[in-house]
Design a protein around this ligand. Structure first.
Ligand SMILES: Cc1cc2nc3c(=O)[nH]c(=O)nc-3n(C[C@H](O)[C@H](O)[C@H](O)COP(=O)(O)O)c2cc1C
Length: 207
């Protein structure tokens, strides 16, 4: 798949089929992830693959309780509070596999390193016909001692584990909603310094 098609075509998937994702595909995704750049080439990541739906249900329940207890009070969180209170809401959307990306060192930029790996993984999944969604709802709980224990993460990682990044993957459930930036939208997200190259940047970005 053309890189630009993958970048523009990938969308978060929240409606998964139960079809299993085979090991070879998972390996390809992780191979794409580890090609990401990392600060000082530290590659401070690990990938935990979880297919056990019973375990994912338990992690989802515990993560919802954790999120509800830690969400800031007030209207901005009302929508999140409503979905997290719904007993039918499973934070992983019943995806057949979870890939947990953990940063395992205290190095600076470990979060950025893992996020770059996650984006590579999501784009590779899209190109391979798989849907993904980053599940931030799981991060708080999985950074607690109980959460790490639930996934059997080695105890030696515990003191150093900083962040968890989550992906679910599934076949044939990509949403194909095009999203291209109009020039106006591009202007909104493009930050320029006074005296910079102005509109010419738009042209350069597109060439
Ligand atoms: C840090 C981060 C955390 C996210 N957490 C969740 C989540 O817990 N649940 C969810 O459904 N989507 C989550 N998402 C997906 C975003 O909602 C989604 O990327 C955004 O709405 C843009 O839509 P798109 O991915 O289809 O382009 C998360 C994305 C990021 C980058």
């Amino acid at each position: 798949m053309d890189l630009n098609d993958a970048i523009c075509g990938r969308r978060s998937t929240r409606d998964f089929t139960a079809q299993a994702v085979d090991d070879q595909k998972i390996r390809r995704l992780i191979d794409a992830a580890v090609h990401a750049p990392s600060a000082s080439n530290g590659q401070p990541w690990t990938f935990t693959v979880v297919r056990d739906q019973g375990l994912l249900n338990r992690v989802s329940d515990a993560a919802k309780v954790h999120m509800l207890a830690t969400l800031p009070a007030g209207p901005p969180s009302d929508r999140q509070r409503m979905s997290l209170s719904d007993p039918d809401f499973q934070i992983f959307y019943h995806a057949p596999v979870l890939i947990l990306i953990s940063g395992i060192t205290e190095r600076p930029w470990v979060v950025e390193d893992c996020a770059l790996a996650a984006e590579n993984l999501m784009l590779a999944a899209y190109a391979d016909g798989l849907g993904t969604c980053w599940i931030g709802y799981a991060q708080g709980y999985l950074n607690t001692a109980k959460g790490k224990d639930a996934l059997g993460l080695p105890a030696t990682w515990n003191p150093r584990l900083r962040r968890a990044f989550i992906e679910g993957a599934d076949e044939d459930s990509r949403r194909r909603m095009g999203r291209g930036l109009t020039t106006e939208e591009l202007e909104r997200v493009l930050r320029r310094y006074p005296g910079d190259i102005g509109a010419d940047m738009t042209r350069r970005l597109r060439s």
